[in-house]
Design a protein around this ligand. Structure first.
Ligand code: MV4
Length: 480
């Protein structure tokens, strides 16, 4: 491959292009009119405007992107995450046009895009799954029987859902009929597919996911886990690797399960298998994400492997150069997603100009950033500005580094989730590792954040006063 088009924007477009350039391959950016001066456009060797600001008129225009790729003699398309990255028919079209799709086959994308098809595909591999059913259900009487069998509370999920969309918890049998009807009609209107199924509701799970990597020769490895339990309304905010709760044996077991999931759908490239992890240390397969994930850098830090480079190598037909035995975890990595949102105002998107935008840097600090000082934060896209990632020999070191980096990250003009991140990293429950997916709901409030900020301001004032008194003391000495 000599030239790769990156069908994305923001930090991920830049991050992907950096690896492409490192590999001696030319880069092509596509952009909307809102992104004319965006860093990913300036960075690329060539850049083409593909339409108006709304994604539906630019970054989601698959045919337009393929047209541009053909015009510029592009060899491969990397989709990043979001937008067209998990669109099976786009992947297929790319390949049909003689361009290499840097991602899994369209069949794998399709299977994993449906929760029920995914369950069906992995069934014969003995992957642990939450007690429940693996067929769509519409008969409410049958549903009651099943629910009685597995025990309340249960969860109704939409097969075509994902990221928590279309989920309903049912505590009591008398609510089941009503909730099921609502779930079905909701799924019908949201996804055009009213298939729902039932699972036992796992009340206090952790969300642990395994990175996998597969080549076209049937070699599949896993690159250990990421802990992603710190989320807010299904939006991850803090991720880390490794997870504090896994030991060697469980890590191996979950890794092997993830490899089997990849095998079940003939997976090629980088993918992520999501698991729920309960209080009794049971793990259950949830779904597979058939793209490079936002939080992939923590895995890169602890394994020393560039996942984008591996995606490209696999896509151009190379064999994986390492086996499972060659891989190991070294150190600990933390990531904070820095959103232009106001944590004091219910995380309302905060748009405007980045009047000041100064990034932290130093050893063990990585910033995957898509913005510059003076830029406007567009309203059209995901409000994530950057990802702040740190790496240390130990978890404590990675935490100390990220807190320091948050302090050194100067943003003026828009509100960000930086102070919220600091709140998380300083919290006792996070420090101790004793948390689940309810962390934010349980511990976070604007008042708690303000209190933390005030406490710190008082402490800073106290330290300043002490320094002042010490100085005064020293100044007096010569006169005595
Ligand atoms: C669950 C669950 C509890 N029990 N399934 C949310 C997103 C989707 N991927 C699956 N999700 C869940 N499935 C059962 N049977 C709890 C969640 C869940 C969750 C999972 C991962 C990360 C954050 C979450 C937040 C709320 C609920």
């Amino acid at each position: 491959m000599k030239k790769i088009l990156v069908a994305n924007r923001g930090e991920i477009a830049l991050r992907v292009m950096k690896t492409i350039r490192k590999m001696g391959i030319k880069t092509v950016a596509v952009f909307s009119t809102a992104d004319r001066n965006a860093p990913h456009v300036k960075f690329a060797d060539e850049a083409v405007c593909i339409g108006q600001a709304p994604s539906s008129e630019s970054y989601l225009k698959g045919d337009k992107i393929i047209e541009v790729a053909k015009e510029l003699n592009v060899d491969g398309i990397h989709p990043g995450y979001g937008f067209l990255s998990e669109n099976a028919s786009f992947a297929q079209k790319v390949e049909k046009n003689g361009i290499t799709w840097i991602g899994p086959g369209s069949k794998a994308i399709e299977i994993m895009g449906s929760k029920l098809a995914a369950k069906d595909a992995v069934k014969k591999y003995g992957i642990p799954m939450v007690p429940g059913i693996d067929k769509a259900i519409t008969d409410t009487e049958k549903a009651k029987e099943i629910a009685r069998d597995i025990g309340f509370p249960i969860l109704i999920k939409a097969s075509a859902g994902g990221g928590g969309k279309g989920m309903r918890i049912v505590e009591k049998e008398k609510d089941l009929e009503d909730q099921m009807k609502r779930a079905i009609s909701e799924a019908e209107s949201a996804f055009g597919d009213g298939s729902v199924f039932i699972e036992k509701y796992v009340a206090s799970p952790r969300h642990i996911e395994i990175q996998v990597l597969a080549d076209t020769y049937g070699n599949i490895v896993h690159l250990f886990e990421r802990e992603c339990s710190i989320q807010r309304r299904h939006q991850k905010v803090v991720e880390e690797a490794p997870s504090v709760v896994l030991d060697e044996a469980l890590r191996k077991e979950m890794g092997e399960a993830a490899v089997k999931v990849a095998k079940a759908c003939d997976y090629v490239g980088a993918g992520t298998v999501e698991f729920l992890f309960d209080e009794n240390r049971n793990f259950y397969f949830l779904e597979m994400n058939t793209r490079l994930q936002v939080e992939h850098p923590v895995t890169e830090f602890i394994t020393g492997i560039d996942l984008v480079e591996q995606q490209i190598r696999v896509a151009r037909g190379e064999k994986l150069k390492f086996a499972q035995e060659d891989l190991s975890i070294r150190g600990h990595a933390m990531e904070l997603r820095v959103y232009a949102e106001d944590p004091l105002e219910d995380f309302m998107p905060s748009t405007g100009r980045l009047e000041k935008y100064q990034l932290p840097s130093g050893e063990g600090i990585r910033l995957d950033n898509g913005f510059e000082e003076g830029m406007d934060v567009p309203i059209y896209y995901d409000p994530m500005l950057a990802k702040l990632i740190t790496y240390g020999e130990t978890r404590e070191e990675a935490i100390q580094l990220i807190i320091k980096a948050i302090d050194d990250y100067i943003v003026e003009g828009v509100s960000t989730t930086l102070p919220f991140g600091k709140f998380v990293f300083q919290h006792e429950a996070f420090r101790s590792g004793n948390f689940d997916t309810h962390f934010v709901k349980k511990y976070y409030s604007p008042e708690a954040l303000e209190e933390e900020t005030e406490k710190e301001a008082r402490l800073a004032a106290l330290i300043a006063l002490k320094e002042y008194l010490k100085d005064k003391e020293q100044l007096r000495l010569p006169h005595n």
